[in-house]
Design a protein around this ligand. Structure first.
Ligand SMILES: Cc1cc2nc3c(=O)[nH]c(=O)nc-3n(C[C@H](O)[C@H](O)[C@H](O)COP(=O)(O)OP(=O)(O)OC[C@H]3O[C@@H](n4cnc5c(N)ncnc54)[C@H](O)[C@@H]3O)c2cc1C
Length: 392
């Protein structure tokens, strides 16, 4: 078998799970998002409508939500996971509630995650859950720890509680043999995210990888940090879980760096990000005895490089040391074709009340506005499949 970019062009495999009606709905959605002006206005109107408590949940639910989310409850998401499982694709349960800022909400999230872990353990289709530290800690507290300021006694206690929450989740995950992906967030809170995740990996990754940290390769310092993390894991006797992404907060990062007059942590251009991403995957592929690699990307060339390396180096596609992953509702051509070829694939599947997953949906709408980029690709493939079905 040899790999060419056309490997991901098989739209029959990519969209087998979508009915004609769903496919046309997806075409409508991606066409609408391809207008950046329309998306901007839509996003502003949606935020306003939610703030004014206007009944817009139904509209969001039948458009963005249905396409990008698994459901409003874990039970609904489980139905989507079972459907993906029919195609050999695993699910990453992502309780997508964001932007909570109270101890009560942070505490309430813990049993919700443990419930998801226990559910995942009872299903053969759900190998992972994912979490964001900002779902369990005040953003301001993370910022303060990141900048190495001295904490007050109350803040020390709050941080201990955060540690306890994450430890309970990772412990439940280890007991149930479910893997935990800790998402990377803004660079100005990333230090405590890294430190806490490293502590969890040291505790729970002794014999197999339960916890993964996320490395954003749009940051110019992350390739070196990945190498350091690997050395650290080796010297402390645990396995590194390395989830590699390019990074989702580029605009925000650049704007903040310029406004606050410090050097931007972001690479000078896309080529530099791509180069580090591919170098990072290679670094991991060459060290699979000591780490597990999670390739979180919609970039076809990066996925092909990893798949080809595995083929050339006789690494079984079914190894649990390499997972490919894309977001639910995006890049099905990569996910379904890789799974069809025997690689391990898992889709990020957010779920939760519509109003709580709104920040996630906004990020999806925003990143899909460029016709030249991902949206153009999605539309092209959806149209190709609609045409193919008419002819067959
Ligand atoms: C399974 C999965 C999990 C994810 N988890 C996280 C997470 O935990 N944290 C997180 O931050 N993101 C996460 N993301 C989002 C991810 O970081 C990217 O924003 C998104 O996937 C687009 O990058 P790409 O590799 O898919 O595609 P591409 O289209 O190849 O790359 C686009 C990305 O390249 C980078 N880029 C674009 N232009 C430039 C430029 N001029 N200079 C430098 N860099 C540039 C940006 O990161 C941009 O998002 C996740 C994505 C996936 C698929």
């Amino acid at each position: 078998m040899s790999f060419m970019l056309t490997e991901f062009e098989n739209t029959r495999i990519a969209f087998e799970y979508r009915s004609d009606k769903e496919l046309k709905h997806a075409r409508f959605l991606f066409s609408s998002m391809s207008s950046s002006a329309l998306t901007k206005v839509g996003m502003k109107l949606t935020s306003l409508a939610i703030a004014l408590r206007l009944p817009v949940n139904g509209i969001i639910k039948h458009t963005l939500f249905d396409h990008f989310c698994g459901g409003e409850t874990m039970e609904e998401a489980a139905g989507t996971a079972a459907m993906l499982g029919k195609y050999g694709i695993g699910t990453i349960l992502d309780y997508g509630v964001e932007g909570k800022e109270s101890e009560e909400d942070f505490d309430k999230a813990v049993p919700e995650f443990i419930k998801a872990i226990e559910y995942a353990a009872s299903s053969k289709n759900i190998p992972f859950i994912s979490l964001k530290l900002t779902g369990f800690a005040y953003f301001a507290l993370l910022e303060k720890i990141h900048s190495r300021q001295t904490l007050t006694a109350d803040e020390e206690a709050a941080w201990k509680r955060v540690y306890g929450r994450i430890d309970s989740i990772c412990k439940a995950a280890a007991t149930n043999n479910i893997m935990v992906l800790v998402d990377a967030e803004e660079s100005w809170i990333q230090l405590p995210v890294d430190e806490l995740t490293n502590a969890m990996m040291e505790r729970y990754n002794k014999t197999r990888v339960i916890v993964y940290n996320t490395f954003q390769m749009y940051r110019h310092d992350r390739l070196v940090y990945l190498e350091e993390s690997y050395r650290d894991a080796r010297s402390k006797g645990y396995l590194l879980g390395a989830k590699l992404v390019r990074g989702a907060y580029m605009e925000k990062e650049r704007v903040r760096a310029a406004a606050m007059n410090y050097p931007s942590p972001i690479q000078p251009n896309k080529e530099a990000t791509d180069k580090d991403y591919d170098e990072a995957t290679l670094f991991c592929l060459e060290r699979l005895d000591g780490l597990a690699l999670f390739v979180g990307t919609h970039n076809e060339a990066s996925c092909l490089k990893v798949a080809k390396y595995m083929l050339d180096n006789k690494i079984n596609g079914d190894t649990d040391r390499v997972y490919f992953s894309q977001l639910y509702g995006m890049s099905d051509n990569i996910s379904f074709n890789l799974s069809y070829l025997g690689y391990r694939v898992a889709k990020y599947l957010p779920y939760g009340p519509v109003k709580d997953v709104l920040p996630y949906l906004m990020r999806r709408a925003q990143e899909n506005t460029s016709v030249a980029g991902q949206t153009g690709r999605e539309l092209l493939l959806i149209n190709k499949e609609i045409r193919r079905r008419k002819v067959d």
